[in-house]
Design a protein. Structure first.
Length: 234
């Protein structure tokens, strides 16, 4: 798991970046589509706000020792996003800012012992509470680009992109998907284990991160010129 101080910094930077992107996004644009299939800008904002509240459940779990899952079920999570997307733009903007502030306050209040308590991600993976800031950083930084594609992955912190690629490679390895050997900027390499002979994929660090997370615009290529399609990341 990523160092707590770095992950908290990325979460704070990501929150500021997401809120700035939202401030640049007009109310009419929130009703329009995003790069995420089936999601409008309003769905995206509702998801990020709901994610803060879900991670607040994990912060309470860490603080009290009482099991408090992120979501009651995947179906309830999806229903909450749909309901949240129907809020007015004013309500959405207030909700995402206030929920982020509540989560930051709850994390600030955790003690050393509480940070070590085990909690569980939405996918059922046990992690120490020190993993909560990374879960948040990943959401706000990636979704800031989803909300405002002009940012691009190149606009995200380089150290975060390295951590993100490490994370996604681990999650994709061993699954029913193409085997890959990824090289970023001609310097860093990763291997995704999977089916078939590995495809060599080259690009910038930002491009590799975009490709692995299923985002458009990744400047990646392979010796054949084509790169394999990947299943959803999360």
């Amino acid at each position: 798991m990523h160092e707590l101080a770095a992950a908290r910094t990325w979460a704070d930077e990501g929150t500021a970046l997401f809120l700035a992107a939202l401030a640049r996004t007009g109310d009419d644009a929130l009703a329009g589509p995003t790069a995420l299939p089936g999601w409008t800008g309003a769905h995206l904002v509702a998801h990020v706000a709901g994610n803060a509240e879900a991670l607040l459940n994990l912060a309470r779990w860490a603080a009290t020792g009482q099991e408090t899952p992120m979501y009651s079920s995947p179906a309830q999570r999806a229903a909450d996003i749909e309901a949240g997307a129907r809020r007015t733009p004013v309500e959405l903007r207030r909700w995402v800012a206030e929920s982020a502030a509540r989560l930051a306050g709850a994390l600030d209040a955790l003690t050393g012992e509480q940070w070590c308590r085990p909690v569980r991600t939405a996918q059922g993976r046990p992690v120490p509470a020190t993993g909560i800031p990374w879960l948040r950083a990943r959401e706000v930084l990636v979704h800031a680009v989803d909300l405002d594609p002009r940012l691009g992955f190149a606009g995200l912190p380089g150290a975060f992109l390295l951590a993100l690629v490490d994370d996604v490679v681990t999650r994709r390895s061993g699954g029913d998907q193409p085997a890959l050997v990824l090289t970023a900027d001609g310097r860093r390499s990763w291997e995704v284990t999977g089916h078939g002979d590995p495809t060599a994929v080259h690009g910038s660090l930002a491009g590799v991160a975009a490709y692995l997370t299923g985002r458009p615009g990744g400047d990646v290529t392979s010796p054949s010129g084509a790169v394999p399609d990947l299943p959803p990341w999360l």
